[in-house]
Design a protein around this ligand. Structure first.
Ligand SMILES: *[C@@H]1O[C@H](CO)[C@@H](O)[C@H](O)[C@H]1NC(C)=O
Ligand SMILES: *[C@@H]1O[C@H](CO)[C@@H](O)[C@H](O)[C@H]1NC(C)=O
Length: 351
């Protein structure tokens, strides 16, 4: 299932703008994003239609065509749902209507491409980001089979179409004078209201501090060198400084940074690696600074020891392999937004 999912996701990887999921620090949300994905051949990993709602890079709500219900994905959102029923009912209603609208266009587009068979995806991202200066950056963009399809040029109030089929849809949407005003209302009013509502409920979660768990593992290379990998996981907030130190001195050479990636539980994951001579192994420490730690942490490379260690090592490397596959996808597609959406939908479905 994993490899099939992987294949599908990879299948639809194509570069688009890398303006999403940048994440913001501190005790408030800055960005609201709604993602839709529709697939022509649904299976266990991909319902026909899925809608994901994000505050910054945290998945808050999930709606899909199997449940037809907006399901809160974090504890504070569950509380919000209990407290403000009408809000959730309205949200679910909006998504039900959107689902019909969105599916309808997927059908039309497949017809124009003569894609009556096979696995095809139709995706949308709409969101707004409030900058510290109070300005509102909004976007509305569509992808088909992992490629850019249509996106709104807000300044010009016009659509940018990627090909002839997209131009057909563009003409349909241009004929509908309510579309752009609806978008503006959504990103300038509704999303901002939702963020404010979320913030009130997420206050504690936004202020919490969870220290990272740090591990350094190693992997021999073919050329006689070895790679040390430092992994920090389970931390919040997102800001973390991790570096390699050789005999206490920061060593930037040959370091690969894996970036800071969100976990589905709202914490973050970070890794970095360095290629070294095995002789020097004991000189290298992974240095990690995080607000959840009382003082910076320096972690040496682990000794592969007893059987228990090996067994745990195997289990962990299995997990890490899985994570690495996911993270690998994630890293590679940080510029491949449409592919990442596919991946996010699949992951959110499997948890
Ligand atoms: C789809 O098929 C029709 C009829 O065979 C053809 O005229 C049209 O150009 C095809 N469209 C695409 C996008 O290939
Ligand atoms: C990371 O390093 C920068 C520069 O030294 C510092 O300003 C920042 O507070 C550090 N962040 C953390 C989480 O320790």
């Amino acid at each position: 299932m994993e490899s099939r999912l992987h294949r599908r996701c990879v299948l639809i990887l194509v570069a688009t703008a890398d303006f999403l999921l940048r994440g913001c620090a501190g005790s408030s949300f800055h960005k609201f994003q709604l993602i839709y994905i529709s697939v022509s051949e649904p299976d266990q990993t991909m319902p026909k239609f899925t809608a994901l709602g994000y505050a910054d890079d945290q998945l808050v709500t999930r709606f899909d065509s199997n449940t037809e219900e907006g399901a809160p994905q974090v504890s504070w959102a569950k509380k919000l749902k209990e407290d403000i029923h009408e809000y959730w009912d309205r949200y679910t209603k909006v998504l039900e209507d959107s689902e019909r609208w969105f599916e309808n266009y997927h059908r039309i587009i497949r017809q124009y491409y003569n894609h009556s068979k096979g696995f095809h995806t139709w995706q949308m991202m709409v969101g707004s980001e409030v900058s510290p200066h109070g300005s509102n950056e909004a976007y509305w963009t569509f992808g088909y089979d992992g490629r850019d399809f249509l996106s709104l040029d807000k300044e010009a109030d016009a659509w940018i179409a990627a090909d002839a089929v997209a131009q057909v849809i563009e003409r349909m949407w241009e004929a509908d004078s309510s579309m752009i005003p609806r978008f503006k209302f959504l990103v300038e009013v509704v999303f901002i209201e939702w963020l404010q509502k979320y913030e009130a409920y997420a206050k504690e979660a936004l202020l919490r501090k969870e220290p990272p768990v740090v591990k350094v593992t190693r992997k021999p290379n073919n050329d006689g060198m070895e790679t040390l990998i430092c992994r920090a996981h389970g931390f919040y907030p997102k800001e973390i400084n991790s570096t390699w130190r050789k005999d206490g001195e920061t060593s930037g050479q040959d370091t690969v940074h894996g970036g800071i990636l969100p976990n589905s539980d709202g914490t973050y994951y970070n890794w970095l690696s360095i290629k070294i001579n095995p002789k020097d192994r004991n000189h290298y420490w992974c240095h990690v600074e995080h607000i959840g730690l009382q003082k910076p942490m320096d972690v040496p490379s682990e000794e592969p020891g007893s059987h228990v260690g090996i067994i745990i090592g195997c289990i962990l490397s299995g997990i890490f392999l899985l994570v690495a596959v996911s993270v690998g996808i994630y890293v590679h597609i940080s510029k491949y937004v449409w592919g990442r959406i596919c991946y996010q939908v699949a992951v959110s479905h499997s948890v």
